[in-house]
Design a binder for this molecule. Structure first.
Ligand code: NAP
Length: 483
């Protein structure tokens, strides 16, 4: 990442302790499709991060004192503001990241939904009464538990949904009375800054929210190891997730990590629906999607028909300028990432995989790519590709498909296309994942559902009410009454 002295761009500031501030150095935010400079953000130092955490302690007190009706009003007003500025938010997502303008608009719509659900869930943070007299010697007692905010939450977010994945942490944090420090991905910090603008305009007490920009490798350790931070809510790659969990110490951690999601297509499925859904699931955001379809297991009897239809649909995909309404798929986030994907595909081909279509790179653009005959020992067969590459495998039956789906170290979501209920229920029971989508690809999600993975795909759940649960702790209260 380029860190330079000030350029001619006016430059965005970060929001610390209730103030918009600059830093000595800046990070250039560039559009991956042509490398043009969009803006700059401060490159915070480890010292500035430590100061921001100290300052956020005041925000913890303020957040916990905010009555629920105030939290609801602020969140609803935030959603209204984003709605009003929708096209500006979408253009920012599309310019700083990989998404096309049509994909970016969908992300803004989902962000508005995420913030509105957060407002609704704020009024549903319940506890329950406890029958203490169930224990002999514990008569004449009455009590209950309620959930109280954990305090200060660190939100570390990735580049691929630079607005809505920040909203998935900030919305529930505010709804549940917490203060929050956001460290957005260095390549896509502008959408997080826009979200902060809306929250502050909506009346959020400014000490409650910090958005600090800077390289994770430089400021990450201070954030994740600081004792004042009571929870780390991380979304990103497995390597960084593992690194952070080793360093975090005694604090809560939420880990939303990657996957190489499997989809099963059985012979009794609606093939047209399965093709349309899996193609979209494979190439959404140029395949840079934690739910992206990477492995498709197809029953042998329909393998060739599915492959032909899937390839024909993939070849119709229009790659190009992200801001054009015509474009279906934009570039990858950096040329370096596109080169990584190219290297993995070439390795697979050298080891015997068949390239059905795609496999071409132009700068940060990598064409929608379909492969078959993957050898087990190539990187693509085991790791998350996080690019526009999908692999087709013939399987003898459902049992074989489930076994191969479960062979990965990941387990975020799986999809199955079938018209047979019994087979659908068998897949639900046996697939080792956090969610099973029947007659949808893995790339299906609404913002209110529990979302998260098993195995290498993470720990804990997001989806507003589930995130609120993670961000609060039960406090038990017991009154001893006179006999
Ligand atoms: P990444 O490289 O792991 O970075 C994610 C965030 O972590 C960035 O803000 C990054 O900062 C920061 N970071 C990196 N190393 C750190 C450290 N040691 N300490 C503290 N912070 C650190 O991931 P990415 O490339 O942005 O995103 C892609 C990954 O995210 C994929 O694996 C994808 O599957 C996963 N993802 C998962 C979900 C989900 O909900 N399960 C959703 C979306 C994406 P810098 O940018 O400054 O390096």
């Amino acid at each position: 990442m380029v860190i330079s002295v000030r350029t001619k761009v006016q430059g965005k500031q970060m929001h610390i302790a209730g103030k918009w501030v600059s830093s000595e150095r800046v990070i250039e935010v560039r559009d991956p499709q042509d490398n043009s400079l969009i803006d700059t953000v401060p490159a915070a130092t480890a010292e500035e991060m430590a100061k921001a955490i100290e300052a956020a302690k005041e925000g913890v007190k303020i957040a916990a004192e905010m009555p629920v009706h105030q939290r609801i009003a602020i969140l609803n007003k935030t959603a209204d503001i984003i709605e009003r500025r929708k096209e500006e938010y979408a253009t920012t997502i599309a310019r700083e990241g990989s998404k096309t303008i049509r994909e970016a608009r969908k992300e803004v719509t989902r962000c508005i939904e995420t913030i509105r659900i957060s407002a609704e869930e704020a009024r549903r943070i319940h506890g329950e009464t406890i029958p203490f007299d169930q224990m002999p010697g514990s008569e004449n007692r009455m009590g209950y538990y309620y959930r109280f905010p954990i305090g200060l939450i660190a939100a570390i977010t990735p580049f691929n949904d630079p607005l809505n994945l920040v909203a998935h942490k900030v919305g529930p944090a505010i709804a549940s009375g917490n203060a929050i420090i956001v460290k957005p991905a260095t390549v896509t910090p502008l959408s997080a800054i826009l979200l902060a603008e809306a929250l502050l305009e909506a009346g959020l007490p400014p000490q409650v929210l910090t958005v600090i920009t800077g390289n994770g490798s430089e400021i990450g350790d201070v954030l994740v190891t600081h004792p004042a931070v009571r929870m780390i809510s991380f979304t990103g790659g497995s390597q960084a997730g593992l690194d952070i969990s080793r360093k975090a110490g005694l604090k809560k951690i939420g880990m939303e990590l990657g996957s190489n999601s499997p989809v099963i297509v059985l012979a009794d499925a609606d093939l047209e629906e399965a093709v349309e859904s899996t193609v979209s699931g494979a190439f959404w955001a140029a395949g840079q999607n934690c739910l992206g379809v990477q492995r498709v297991y197809i029953e042998e009897s329909i393998f060739d028909t599915f492959k032909d239809k899937f390839t024909a649909r993939t070849k119709q995909y229009r790659t190009g300028d992200k801001l054009s309404e015509w474009t279906d798929m934009g570039p990858m986030i950096t040329e370096k990432e596109a080169i990584r994907v190219e290297t993995w595909v070439n390795e697979a081909i050298e080891k015997g995989a068949t390239l059905i279509c795609g496999g071409e790179r132009n700068g940060a653009f990598y064409s929608p790519t379909v492969l078959a005959d993957l050898p087990e020992d190539c990187t693509l067969a085991k790791e998350e590709v996080f690019g526009p590459v999908v692999m087709l495998y013939p399987v003898s039956d459902l049992e074989a498909a489930i076994q191969q789906s479960n062979s990965a170290d990941y387990g975020l979501q799986a999809g199955i296309f079938t018209s047979n209920l019994e087979k659908a229920f068998s897949a639900i029971k046996h697939l080792e994942v956090g969610g099973v989508m029947i007659n949808d690809s893995t790339d299906y999600r609404i913002d209110a559902m529990p979302f998260g993975g098993v195995k290498g795909s993470g720990l804990g759940r997001e989806g507003i009410q589930f995130a609120i649960h993670e961000m609060t702790e039960p406090k038990v209260v017991c009154f001893k009454l006179p006999k």
